[in-house]
Ligand binder design. Structure first.
Ligand code: SF4
Length: 439
């Protein structure tokens, strides 16, 4: 019977998967073939990518405790897929955070265990190149150990043009002020034909590559990303992956690859320009799997975006080639404002539970993938550092009293979920879920 399953896989797909597992580099045309598989070929692709992930990274699943800070939503670039940007004169909804507000968010992040803040914003027409430097300086003056992951190539492009300096000089100026790493966002699809529809005013492919290579050249590492599920075809994704791999061979500066599914609900790209309504489940998983097989051994960290996929599909992606669950985020506006409803915050204890549910080992990491702590034994997990949540105490009185006293429920103490439950008597989301299930 099992033989029948294997026999159902197409001969050419089997050869490609065997080759990738044996360490042969897939071509862009071969990646394109794998990006279109269904049925038995699809399942074989996921299984092969999962095997490759185990060879490349073992059974650890990493995450970083971080906070997103969007310092302004004012932007004049006008990307058709964006639901976040506002006009600077939009008195009701535009914001431009002061240093004091940014520092307060950093303080809160550190209190909740963050090692990183991720800082990005819109392209505010009134700002200068110094604005980016000043934010870094302000944070480092108070929190010198906090890692600052900041400024997409679009923001770097804007600041650099305002400065009038050489690109490397501007990047070094930011590094000297405290910039630790860069998000490789604003990549979308690195194909100008597609970019001209998505965002005609945004930096072109060659400029994105120029900025990323210049950053890597001065030792400033970055992530790499892809936005899919809109108007692109598999050939565009394959070419994008090929370009990312070529850059990595040259510079070694990418820390990870992060596929980002398009969120379609609240933007022009879907509602006016007629794009697809985001990726299907198959597309989400195929891209993770193909990225694992195509980018190895040059990029071995393949990250799941839980904001785009949600937790459960994220767990599936971790069984299809991914090894990293991304960041806690704490606050997230860019996807939410385009219509994502997967939340803004995944606390570390929630990551640990989700990772253990699929039989893997949670590992907290730094931005640069150094291990902060491996959590092999759930009994040794630290207490939650999240602010006390407002919990819904509806249900039988005996459960409510237990929670109100801050104690652990009988189910939590005796049931199979005991090992995954948060410790310290906190009335967190997870504890509430257990109580609700028992009630
Ligand atoms: S995606 Fe970024 S650059 Fe584009 S409109 Fe939105 S905030 Fe501006």
């Amino acid at each position: 019977m099992f033989r029948q399953l294997q026999d159902a896989v197409s001969r050419d797909v089997r050869d490609l998967l065997e080759g990738a597992l044996d360490g042969r580099e897939l071509s862009a045309a071969e990646a394109e073939r794998l990006l279109g598989v269904h049925g038995a070929d699809f399942h074989a692709l996921l299984a092969a990518a999962d095997l490759a992930r185990r060879e490349d990274c073992g059974d650890d699943v990493s995450y970083v405790v971080c906070r997103n800070i969007n310092f302004t939503n004012v932007c004049y670039v006008g990307c058709s897929f964006c639901g976040f940007a506002r006009h600077k004169d939009d008195a009701a909804e535009a914001f431009d955070r002061s240093h004091a507000e940014i520092l307060e968010k950093c303080r809160d992040a550190i209190e909740r265990g963050a090692s990183e803040v991720c800082i990005q914003g819109g392209i505010h027409p009134n700002k200068t190149h110094e604005h980016y430097r000043d934010i870094l300086r302000a944070i480092k003056a108070v929190y010198p150990d906090l890692h600052i992951h900041a400024y997409s190539p679009e923001e770097i492009d804007f600041g650099h043009r305002k400065s009038g300096w050489k690109l490397e000089e501007y990047l070094q100026y930011l590094v000297d002020a405290g910039l630790g790493t860069m998000p490789g966002t604003a990549a979308e699809i690195l194909d100008d034909e597609i970019r001209n529809v998505l965002s005609p005013n945004k930096l072109k492919t060659a400029r994105w590559v120029e900025i990323i290579k210049a950053a890597h050249g001065i030792g400033l590492r970055s992530t790499s990303t892809l936005m899919y599920g809109h108007i692109e075809e598999p050939r565009h994704i394959a070419a994008h992956l090929d370009l990312i791999r070529e850059i990595q061979k040259e510079t070694g500066g990418f820390t990870e690859f992060v596929p980002l599914g398009f969120i379609h609900e609240r933007n022009l790209l879907f509602n006016l320009l007629g794009s697809r309504p985001g990726p299907s489940m198959e597309e989400d998983l195929r891209i993770i799997a193909v990225a694992r097989l195509f980018l190895r051994p040059h990029i071995t960290n393949i990250q799941v975006s839980w904001v785009k996929m949600g937790h459960k599909l994220g767990q599936m992606a971790l069984c299809a080639g991914a090894n990293d669950f991304g960041g806690t985020l704490m606050e997230e506006s860019i996807s939410r404002e385009s219509g994502s409803d997967h939340g803004e915050n995944t606390p570390p204890e929630e990551f640990r539970r989700l990772i253990r549910e699929i039989g893997r080992v949670p590992v907290e990491r730094t931005t640069l993938y150094q291990v902060v702590q491996r959590f092999e034994d759930p009994a040794l997990d630290p207490p939650s550092r999240e602010p006390k949540a407002d919990v819904d105490l509806s249900g039988p009185a005996r459960w409510r009293k237990q929670l109100e006293r801050g104690g652990r429920s009988p189910v939590e103490l005796t049931g199979p979920a005991a090992s995954a439950a948060p410790r310290g008597g906190a009335t967190t989301e997870a504890a509430t879920g257990i109580a609700a299930a028992g009630a």
